[in-house]
Design a protein around this ligand. Structure first.
Ligand SMILES: [Zn+2]
Length: 863
């Protein structure tokens, strides 16, 4: 998305440059062509002379159908070509442009419901032309400050299009322009994604935009917005990659985009500025006239809720946030969906609103569709290649942060788990990869994560022969939570990955205690599914209500505070553990960003290490039973194979969770002097770091880690489909799968950032020193078997680890490592060299010789 934005800027600059260069050229050409005829295109310096014979608007639109609205459109009844009216009072006024993909293909990153963002543009008149100019909304200048006179310095607005006025009506103050160029090209936003530099030439790509095939599918015009669905057709005579089955003809690909031109709201909406202790989506605005260390005026995204009775402690809003359940939604889910949305009303009551959220069902014969931006719709689709299981985007007025509309996209696959069969075996897949750019703050993979969690839950329930009622409960709880999560996004909330530490493991296995509650402090988390090893203690699987943090965050975003002090008082509660916050940019799924292991995905309970170990036991116990319980007579072994993959994933996640505690640093974002606040950085205790290291030694690195029940591997077979067996050889590649789990832990422990943090944090309280960590890791990987027989899994692990140490010393990434980490790598390599004297069976001797050769060669290169 960041690339896209950059490219969008580039694209705009190109358009801008073309406007600069091409206009005079065109003017020249036209002059020549017309000979002595009076200039139609004026040179910029000359004033426009009056024309004697002006065309009338009525003449030019007589064969067109008139579609009245914010911008009245005329569509020619023969050719379909478009003209558009601009009125005098729209000149120099600002409008909002918003676009959303109505239908597309996943390969191109343009899929149904994907939001293209909103921006402000101005309509300007320049001699005989109408210009559409994108406005920059990123900066603020205090109007009282003389600096504000220079507010345009080095800030480029984007002239998206400049269109000749075809005719005008001076009395009515109307201008008519041709609109085909405006809508049938990528004027308002870039639709075709740019090629990224590293992209494979084999990757799917869209052809060139076809001017003849691109067309307007529909026009809907209203008082305050004009909506057009444009079908962009990208053509290429020959293509290498034809895309998936969803692409009918790889040479001609259609992306349908809904464009909305929206009147700038003129209302009583009050801007609310962001606070780092709460997680809202924001539009960033920098105060260019402030001397503050934090010159931020970042706009919180929120709805314009106003009390009907401003004096009442709790009042209904003047206009509630109304949700429509799309008529494509299966009947059996409608009640649960409605109930989930209405859970947010509990939070709104704390902010002073009763019935803030209202849920209705779209009638089967409705004369509007879900793409209509005036309706907030809970949409339901079953795409051939679903991008997610749920998605909750909203669009805002970039000048104020006011949310103007929202949708929630739900994919049926979320419940069928269809696409997960192959994916769970793909060792390299990193579906949680997250682009941390601000533009991408709305990315959500909660649905995908929960689909995986649910498959795990189902495997456990079936392996332990629980009743079918449990399977229904899992689906119900899953749906409740998914809807609450996605609706939370549409209210302006971003993720809170710090939320899953609300309850202790004991509390989580107390069905009465957790009944009807939220299992995390926030439904905006990505937690592990709550499954008890003791199946008699199983309570709810996922949150059944919004959490305490959610209620607090809604209060911050929506309460009508009587004073700044009242707002600060609320924010000052942030030191309470149940109100702590950390989003995707803080969490530890990637070793590049987060440092606080409590801010993580896939974890659960206030003892995440203990819970992760317990989860590994649960996986092992489930694994014992899957071969007998997950195979149905007369059917293939597909379900068993999928369950094995899911269980491996869960096991792997437990290892990842533990690894984050080693070298972890707890972060406290309270403000100075705030009650309950501590210092910002406190390293994880030595005891917990050691516990995590021991857990990894025993369950991830030991010679018998990942042991599967006898005879299981022979049955891990996917079902063939027609001619195909799937990509690559079909065998289950167990060693790869196990090694990839071990790698995910090693990659973190030996990451340059982790090793640097361990060393640095020794200065502020970390007791688990770098030398001890690296020594303990070395022992965990070699001690148990290096003097005897080394099994094939451990051979893999030991070679992988040794190669990583060598990489640290002499590899491409060695410059990223701090010196004392490199010294420890060298120390450990020499230790391995000594330990790996040839012994044991032939395979073990060969392995040890391999280790020694690698080390000997590497040592020669160390300078
Ligand atoms: Zn999300």
């Amino acid at each position: 998305m960041k690339h896209q934005k950059l490219s969008a800027l580039k694209f705009l600059s190109v358009v801008f440059l073309m406007t600069l260069f091409l206009t005079p050229l065109n003017a020249e050409a036209q002059k020549k062509k017309r000979g002595k005829k009076k200039d139609q295109v004026e040179a910029p310096a000359k004033p426009a002379p009056k024309k004697s014979k002006e065309k009338k608007i009525s003449d030019l639109v007589k064969s067109s159908k008139k579609i009245e609205g914010l911008f009245t459109m005329y569509q020619d009844t023969v050719t379909g070509s478009l003209q558009m009216l601009i009125s005098e009072d729209q000149i120099d006024k600002e409008f909002i442009h918003f676009n959303q993909v109505a239908d597309g293909v996943l390969e191109a990153g343009r899929f149904r419901g994907a939001y293209g963002g909103s921006k402000v543009f101005k309509i300007e008149k320049y001699f005989n032309k109408i210009e559409f100019v994108t406005q920059n909304t990123s900066f603020y200048f205090d109007p009282e400050n003389p600096l504000s006179k220079s507010k345009d310095a080095n800030i480029s607005n984007g002239i998206m299009e400049s269109v000749k006025i075809e005719a005008q009506d001076e009395n009515k103050g109307l201008y008519l322009i041709k609109a085909d160029g405006l809508f049938l090209s990528e004027t308002f936003s870039q639709i075709k994604p740019p090629r990224s530099p590293g992209q494979s030439p084999m990757a799917f790509k869209l052809g060139n935009l076809s001017k003849t095939k691109t067309k307007v599918n529909s026009i809907r015009n209203y008082d305050k917005n004009t909506n057009l669905v444009v079908e962009y057709v990208y053509s290429s005579p020959s293509v290498l990659n034809r895309g998936s089955n969803a692409v009918t003809d790889g040479r001609n690909v259609s992306i349908k985009v809904l464009h909305s031109l929206i009147e700038m709201p003129d209302n009583d909406y009050e801007i609310r500025y962001d606070d780092p202790r709460v997680g809202y989506f924001t539009t960033q605005v920098t105060d260019q006239t402030s001397t503050s260390a934090t010159p931020y005026r970042d706009l919180v995204h929120r709805w314009n809720l106003k009390k009907k009775d401003p004096n009442a402690a709790i009042s209904e809003p003047v206009k509630p946030i109304t949700w429509w359940i799309e008529n494509t939604t299966p009947m059996e889910w409608r009640k649960t969906i409605k109930n989930a949305v209405l859970q947010w009303n509990v939070a709104f009551e704390k902010a002073g609103f009763k019935n803030a959220m209202v849920v209705k069902t779209q009638p089967d014969d409705a004369d509007w569709d879900a793409g209509d931006i005036r309706y907030n719709v809970l949409r339901w689709t079953s795409s051939p290649r679903p991008p997610f299981g749920g998605y909750g985007p909203s669009f805002v007025n970039p000048k104020t942060g006011q949310i103007l509309g929202a949708d929630v996209m739900l994919e049926f696959v979320h419940f069928s788990g269809r696409v997960l069969v192959g994916k769970v075996f793909d060792a390299d897949i990193n579906e949680e990869a997250f682009d941390f750019s601000n533009e991408n703050q709305m990315r959500c993979s909660a649905g995908y994560l929960m689909a995986k969690n649910t498959l795990f839950g189902q495997a456990v329930v079936r392996a332990f022969e629980d009743s079918d009622l449990e399977l229904e409960k899992i689906l119900h709880d899953n749906m409740m939570r998914l809807i609450m999560h996605e609706v939370g996004h549409t209210l302006g909330l971003n993720h809170n990955m710090r939320g899953s530490q609300l309850f202790s493991p004991e509390e989580l296995s107390n069905p009465e205690l957790i009944k009807g509650k939220s299992l995390s402090t926030s439904v905006m988390e990505y937690p592990a599914i709550n499954i008890t090893r003791d199946r008699s203690k199983q309570g709810i699987y996922y949150d059944n209500a919004v959490g305490p943090y959610d209620e607090w965050a809604i209060e911050f975003g929506y309460k009508d505070f009587s004073s700044e002090a009242e707002k600060q008082e609320l924010l000052n509660k942030s030191a309470q553990p149940k109100l702590a916050f950390g989003n995707d940019a803080d969490d530890m799924r990637s070793s590049n960003r987060g440092i606080d292991p409590r801010v993580n995905i896939y974890d659960l309970s206030n003892d995440a290490i203990g819970y992760a170990i317990d989860r590994i036991h649960l996986v092992n116990e489930t694994m014992e039973n899957i071969k007998t319980k997950l195979v149905t007579e007369g059917k293939s072994y597909q379900e068993l194979t999928r369950a094995y993959g899911i269980l491996q994933r869960e096991y792997r996640n437990s290892g990842t969770t533990m690894s984050r505690y080693i070298g972890g640093v707890y972060v406290d974002r309270t403000m100075a002097g705030q009650e309950g606040g501590t210092q910002p950085y406190t390293p994880v205790s030595l005891e917990d770091q050691k516990r995590a290291m021991n857990g990894l030694r025993k369950y991830i690195f030991s010679p018998n880690a990942f042991e599967a029940p006898k005879g299981l591997y022979n049955y891990l077979a996917r079902q063939r489909r027609g001619f195909n067996l799937g990509a690559g050889p079909e065998d289950p590649k167990i060693h790869n799968l196990v090694l990839s789990s071990q790698q995910s832990v090693l990659n973190h422990l030996l990451h340059p950032n982790t090793l640097q943090r361990i060393t640095d944090s020794e200065l502020y309280g970390n007791k688990y020193k770098l030398s001890t960590v690296m020594n303990d890791l070395n022992n965990a990987i070699f001690r148990a078997d290096i003097y005897g027989n080394v099994n094939s899994f451990r051979q893999n692990l030991q070679l992988e680890y040794t190669n990583k140490l060598i990489e640290m010393l002499i590899g491409k990434s060695s410059s990223r490592y701090i010196n004392n980490a490199k010294s420890m790598a060298l120390y450990n390599l020499k230790k391995i060299r000594t330990m790996a004297s040839p012994s044991g069976n032939i395979a073990s001797i060969a392995h040890k010789q391999h280790l020694r050769t690698l080390i000997d060669n590497a040592l020669k290169e160390v300078k």
